[in-house]
Write a protein that binds this ligand. Sequence first.
Ligand code: HEC
Length: 99
Amino acid sequence: MVMEIRSAGSNASINKQGHFEDKLTGLDVAVKSASHFPEKWAYFNFDGPNDSFLAQAKPFPKDNCWSCHNAHGAADNVFVQFYPVLREASKHAASPSSH
Ligand code: HEC
């Protein structure tokens, strides 16, 4: 899963009061692979110098990312509770006979 981090734009075109997603400022990636990573999930960041992005990255140590995701992500290390589409889908996954 790739998480784009974007700055909050405002006051452009007809958008005078709200905020919208603007420039890409960060790229965090979660990769699930039981055959590559002992903890099944590994976490990467591809931010490079001066607004650039790296072509490769090494996984963070377990305590930097994995621990929080494992303790607080609603399902399988993923923050399902914060994504409306996944929230809705997980209701159906929990009770497959209800739709
Ligand atoms: C203290 C808790 C915490 C830590 C530590 C943490 N995250 Fe997260 N992460 C979150 C939350 C909460 C979200 C849900 C999206 C949001 O709130 O922006 C998230 C979402 C993500 C996502 C989107 C997919 C998903 O699992 O929801 C990625 C990718 C990600 N984080 C990468 C990282 C990386 C890389 C690190 C370590 C450098 C890291 N995270 C450390 C709390 C954490």
